[in-house]
Design a protein around this ligand. Sequence first.
Ligand code: SF4
Ligand code: FES
Length: 369
Amino acid sequence: MEVETNKIKVTIDNITIDVAPGTSILNAARQIGGDVTPPAMCYYSKLEGSGGKCRTCLVEVAAGSTADPRPMPKLVASCRTTVMDGMVVKNMTSEKVPEARAGVVEFLLLNHPLDCPICDQAGECHLQDLGYDHGKEGTRYQFTRRTFKKEDIGPYIQLHMTRCILCYRCTYVADQLTNKRVHGIVDRGDHAAISTYISKAIDNDFSGNMIDVCPVGALTDKTFRFKNRVWFTKPVDAHRNCTTPGCCGKATLWLRGEEVFRVTARKDEWGEVQSYDGKPGWICNTCRFETKKTESWTIEGVTTISRHSVIGANKYNTTLVKPNETVKKVMKGVEPKLLMDIHSVSGVNNPNVHLSDINGPAHSDDFKK
Ligand code: SF4
Ligand code: FES
């Protein structure tokens, strides 16, 4: 008979679950899922040693454990704090956490440029989401922001250090996935920067995974840079028989029509690389950068994208379930006064052209037909 490991009880935002001893608060919250889960900019479950750098995952511990129910005096980093039996944690329900997180966002944005309109990561950037959820409108920072020259890390990756938040994830990829690490963090404090030692290029088969783990647009795919906005591309799950040892061969192809604009590893709901049979599904550079023809892949189907993501916008008409209720019914008999047909009020669009029939963004020419 299988021996049950002793589970311990933890309550997060009034939801109690049993988890294995040694589980971090963040991972316990991920087991509950949804909004209870704190954001994480540096922790990455597939990278050993990650976490503890960015402080976005701060939570309040209202009771330390059953044995010692005193609250913890300060907010703690949930990715680095293990749960105790009877621990009571507050994330969404805390009054202190939103303010602290807003402070963390302010610090992360001290030097980070607000160049989302031209950044390749826009639409899938964790800092952008964090800024929307917890950021403040203005900045109190009055000094010159630090800037760096763009640097090529090997033939396929460009480092734009100005956008880096020093989460260290890419250095863990370099350490744990590639056999000859030639890049890391140099200097200290405000001068700290990701760089290659003596300008050495990274020519390892798995270096491209650094792009996937980067939470911001600091490391970008040179074969995709400025080619398209991610929300104009259509992601599909695909696989191929890759012969590179260690490559899972399962990827997401980002298509525009039949053209493959970029290839990435498949991501899970936390924005991390998906696991297969308990192993992270890293992909090799051959799959990522050199296999950009649909015929080289077996396409499995459209990638499921969170309905909150801008990437899924306007692409999945066939899978949309229209609610049966009318607005009037949902609003308990109250009819909205401002619901209007955009065609009839704009006077610009041709009402015979249906917006959802336009492939990609609408231009004025589309309405002249
Ligand atoms: S380049 Fe990206 S992954 Fe690397 S430390 Fe900076 S933000 Fe993190
Ligand atoms: S995710 Fe916990 S400190 Fe960064």
